[in-house]
Ligand binder design. Structure first.
Ligand SMILES: *[C@@H]1O[C@H](CO)[C@@H](O)[C@H](O)[C@H]1NC(C)=O
Ligand SMILES: *[C@@H]1O[C@H](CO)[C@@H](O)[C@H](O)[C@H]1NC(C)=O
Ligand SMILES: *[C@@H]1O[C@H](CO)[C@@H](O)[C@H](O)[C@H]1NC(C)=O
Ligand SMILES: *[C@@H]1O[C@H](CO)[C@@H](O)[C@H](O)[C@H]1NC(C)=O
Ligand SMILES: *[C@@H]1O[C@H](CO)[C@@H](O)[C@H](O)[C@H]1NC(C)=O
Ligand SMILES: *[C@@H]1O[C@H](CO)[C@@H](O)[C@H](O)[C@H]1NC(C)=O
Ligand SMILES: *[C@@H]1O[C@H](CO)[C@@H](O)[C@H](O)[C@H]1NC(C)=O
Ligand SMILES: *[C@@H]1O[C@H](CO)[C@@H](O)[C@H](O)[C@H]1NC(C)=O
Ligand SMILES: *[C@@H]1O[C@H](CO)[C@@H](O)[C@H](O)[C@H]1NC(C)=O
Length: 464
């Protein structure tokens, strides 16, 4: 054997062994996340795919994932998508798997509705979000998986959502639109250095998942496209969202946990989530929303170093009668907002219900809300904070806020049924937030990081 080749083989074998060992090691620790590199690599072209943007590659993607799934227990598999436009119907991922999109690779979602079979609604929603009953397939989907990565050199996953948005607006859809990427009941997930565009509805939707990292992800949707939320952790534990850039027709980030009686019954909170270094544009909605589906509860959320350029609200808690659940221990610090209607918004009258079986006595518990170091320019109102008459939103702390307002007839603050404190806030806060004066302490932010914050991201040295 030629020495050069032999060297290469030795390096390859060592590399595969290292990958294998590090994957095995990561599963022993508390919080862990998938590592991108795998023992086996295949190229989508090996399965007959054609990257001309016209040929349907549904069979190729299905075959490729099925083939690499054979290596699940033998170091895992990586599917490389090279430069080109790869049109395909929806496909499912597998465990111990990396989808690698090289620079210039675009995976195009089919716009033929026949490619989207119906799947069951989520247990914690009881029905589809747009329409009762089942829902159309998500584009990239997986259930009950472990150790899954989507990465590469900033390739693109394009949902080609226009067809769905048009049909949605024309009221021509009998079922709920699919999401661009959804993982259900899965753990150890990494999405890094990929761009998602034009989702039919929500873009990235981990639901009932644990140990999930989104890092360096770009999400782009037209600012008038319906319900195109950026990233929606839903009934998930230990999630980290960092260094993302999101332009959305709805919320940039929406943390959720199920809808009314269905979410209450499933009782899986979204908890231990950190969001940092996010840049957001969302003129019709929130930079970060908690809810409106929050019936399984939302707790221990840390949000820091956020920039938004033209959004409706900075941080919004959405809930209502029938939701039940809780939103508690929410911490925000360092947010800059340029053009914003409300820096802070709390809504208690979210009236959308899955059906008429919701419990009118199921009221949300909203408490332990700490917001600090917020700066805004071109703001219309500082805050609209609405609790319920028999269910006040409590334990609110707002400190070190400077908002430069545009001239307007609207009140600067509008607070109802809320209780809390404020200090070092300009313009002067509403009376329901008792001003602590110059000696008021900054609102709390936990010193200890979450387990998921400590997980290092490893790179796959693969070069396309
Ligand atoms: C994906 O898996 C789900 C079950 O988890 C199944 O219902 C669906 O048909 C699969 N989709 C494709 C495209 O294979
Ligand atoms: C997936 O996981 C959920 C929750 O653990 C379980 O209820 C369900 O049966 C699993 N589905 C499959 C196909 O294994
Ligand atoms: C990734 O691609 C998107 C869309 O083309 C672009 O907006 C973004 O800046 C790119 N990110 C990086 C890190 O190159
Ligand atoms: C959430 O994080 C806290 C530390 O802030 C930790 O004590 C707790 O065990 C974590 N919960 C889960 C379900 O991982
Ligand atoms: C702020 O955070 C602390 C610590 O979690 C919490 O106890 C409190 O209720 C929150 N709000 C206020 C007003 O301190
Ligand atoms: C107040 O917030 C600003 C950012 O808006 C920050 O630069 C400043 O350091 C904060 N002040 C204190 C005392 O934390
Ligand atoms: C200020 O906000 C208004 C909307 O309230 C917007 O029309 C205007 O363009 C913004 N100005 C700047 C300089 O961003
Ligand atoms: C202020 O809050 C009250 C009570 O929720 C509401 O009826 C009113 O429309 C609000 N006004 C503005 C200008 O937001
Ligand atoms: C994504 O890109 C950043 C910046 O180039 C890099 O530090 C990070 O390791 C990359 N992520 C992966 C999974 O390769």
């Amino acid at each position: 054997m030629a020495p050069v080749l032999q060297n290469k083989l030795v390096t390859l074998c060592l590399f595969a062994l290292l990958c294998f060992l590090s994957t095995a090691e990561s599963t022993r620790k508390g919080a862990s996340v998938a590592k991108p590199c795998r023992a086996h690599t295949a190229n989508i072209k090996d399965f007959g795919a054609v990257g001309d943007g016209k040929t349907s590659n549904t069979a190729a993607f299905k075959k490729a994932v099925a083939e690499l799934a054979k290596h699940e227990k033998k170091g895992g598999g990586m599917l490389v998508v090279p430069p080109g436009k790869w049109l395909t119907g929806p496909f499912n991922l597998t465990s111990h798997f990396t989808l690698f999109l090289d620079k210039g690779a675009v995976i195009l979602a089919s716009t033929d509705m026949k490619d989207y079979p119906l799947i069951a609604p989520l247990k914690s929603y009881g029905r589809g979000r747009d329409e009762p009953g089942p829902r159309y397939s998500n584009f990239i989907f997986g259930s009950n998986l472990t150790d899954v990565v989507i990465t590469g050199n900033n390739g693109t996953i394009d949902g080609q959502g226009q067809m769905w948005w048009d049909k949605y607006h024309a009221d021509q859809l009998k079922y709920t639109r699919g999401y661009l990427f959804e993982l259900m009941y899965s753990d150890n997930i990494l999405v890094s250095n990929v761009t998602f565009v034009n989702s039919p509805s929500w873009n990235l939707h981990p639901v009932y998942c644990k140990n999930v990292i989104f890092s360096g992800v770009t999400v782009l949707a037209p600012i008038n496209s319906p319900n195109t939320d950026g990233i929606d952790p839903d009934s998930c534990t230990e999630v980290r969202i960092e260094d993302c850039y999101i332009v959305s027709g709805d919320d940039c980030i929406a943390i959720k946990s199920g809808w009314d009686e269905y979410g209450i019954a499933v009782a899986m909170p979204s908890q231990n989530i950190s969001v940092r270094r996010l840049t957001c544009i969302s003129p019709t909605s929130a930079v970060i929303a908690l809810g409106s589906e929050m019936s399984g509860g939302i707790q221990n959320i840390r949000i820091e170093d956020i920039t938004a350029i033209n959004s409706e609200s900075g941080i919004r808690i959405k809930s209502g009668v029938g939701r039940g659940g809780f939103v508690k221990n929410i911490f925000l610090r360092n947010m800059n907002l340029y053009t914003i209607k409300w820096l802070f918004w709390m809504t208690s009258n979210y009236g959308q219900h899955p059906d008429d079986k919701f419990d009118p006595k199921a009221l949300p518990e909203v408490t332990g809300i700490n917001y600090s170091n917020v700066y805004a320019e071109n703001a219309t109102m500082v805050a609209r904070l609405d609790g319920l008459q028999n269910d006040h939103y409590k334990g609110i702390c707002i400190s070190n806020v400077t908002a430069k307002m545009i001239p307007s007839d609207l009140p600067l603050w509008n607070c109802t049924n809320v209780e809390g404190v404020a200090n070092h806030v300009t313009p002067k806060p509403c009376d329901l937030l008792r001003d602590q004066g110059p000696s008021g302490k900054p609102c709390a932010f936990p010193k200890a990081t979450l387990a998921i914050d400590k997980v290092p991201i490893s790179q796959c040295p693969f070069k396309g």
